[in-house]
Write a protein that binds this ligand. Structure first.
Ligand SMILES: Nc1ncnc2c1ncn2[C@@H]1O[C@H](COP(=O)(O)OP(=O)(O)OP(=O)(O)O)[C@@H](O)[C@H]1O
Ligand SMILES: [Mg+2]
Length: 288
């Protein structure tokens, strides 16, 4: 981990000022805001807009290190937008803006001195539909981020590719086919390949946006097992529409509705004894 960090620091990563153009930075940004308690990531008074439309309304939430937090809520409530604010993708949408503080290890990621490229590296993202790079082999899919970041050491790349595929629970299935196309894998394997691709950058936070919704039950359960393993080394935020999945994989659950965070707490509490009636109605399938 240290070795990769040092290599990345000395490689040709440049501050990407263009990425942040059009984004309204919070007015009172300080580089060293303290986060609450022992959270890895703290969202404070976050509002996000698409044009004039307010998509996230005053979100306050802390994500604890080495725990899994599930984001649940009906379609359109803002789950993806929240993930995209966290990894600085929201600002790349035309006319999108946001205001508030997102504190990663005490540093505001929207501080002008925070480099979006570094922030993205610290946060891996896995999408709903597996999206391996279509023209690349299995090996190159996993190695691509390292190479893009200027890593040239073949031995190091090979080690990290193996480690990442092992971490994603895919190594044994693909170790003899590393030069075959990533697209030749099954849907579940492709999703684990995408997880390996994210892990290769050694992120501290893994953002997963409905990672199993396109998969069959067996492939889904493999990803769920993986999530439980991954939290030993990183912090996971997973969006899911599957209440059983949220209950199985997460330690904490956040229920969102119409852009607001309605209730947040330990998963067992949210599912067994929700405080808000709206939460109870959603998790018991009365709407959504
Ligand atoms: N690119 C966009 N331009 C304009 N509005 C958008 C855009 N993306 C999302 N929205 C709006 O922002 C709100 C939140 O959307 P978001 O995609 O975050 O919801 P979600 O909870 O992830 O929904 P789903 O469960 O369907 O994925 C919705 O009202 C949506 O219509
Ligand atoms: Mg979504």
């Amino acid at each position: 981990m240290k070795l990769l960090d040092n290599l990345l620091k000395s490689s040709n990563i440049k501050k990407n000022d263009d990425v942040s153009s059009g984004f309204s930075y919070p007015e009172s940004t300080h580089s060293n805001l303290s986060s609450n308690n022992d959270s890895k990531l703290s969202i404070q008074s976050l509002n996000a807009w698409f044009g004039n439309k307010l998509a996230l309304k005053n979100i306050n939430i802390d994500f604890k290190e080495n725990y899994v937090t599930a984001l649940i809520g009906p379609s359109g409530c803002g789950k993806t937008t929240l993930l995209r604010c966290i990894n600085r993708m929201h600002e790349m949408t035309p006319n999108a803006s946001a205001k508030g503080n997102i504190i990663l290890d005490g540093l505001n990621i929207y501080d002008k001195s925070s480099d979006p490229v570094i922030i993205k590296r610290r946060m891996g993202m896995v999408f709903q539909k597996p999206n391996p790079f279509p023209t690349m082999s299995i090996f190159d899919n996993v190695a691509s981020g390292l190479r893009l970041n200027g890593i040239k050491d073949k031995f190091l790349i090979k080690n990290i590719v193996q480690e990442s595929l092992e971490g994603a629970g895919l190594w044994d299935e693909v170790k003899n086919d590393l030069d075959k196309p990533g697209m030749g894998l099954s849907g579940g394997q492709q999703q684990r390949l995408c997880i390996a691709r994210a892990l290769a950058m050694q992120p501290e936070i893994l953002l997963m946006d409905e990672p199993t919704s396109a998969l069959d039950p067996i492939a889904s359960s493999k990803i769920e097992e993986l999530v439980s393993d991954l939290k030993k080394n990183l912090t996971v935020i997973i969006v899911t529409h599957n209440m059983q999945q949220a209950a199985r994989v997460s330690d904490y659950t956040a229920f969102m509705y119409l852009g607001e965070l309605v209730e947040f707490g330990k998963t067992a509490q949210i599912f067994k004894n929700p405080v808000k009636e709206l939460t109870e109605r959603y998790i018991s399938g009365k709407f959504g």
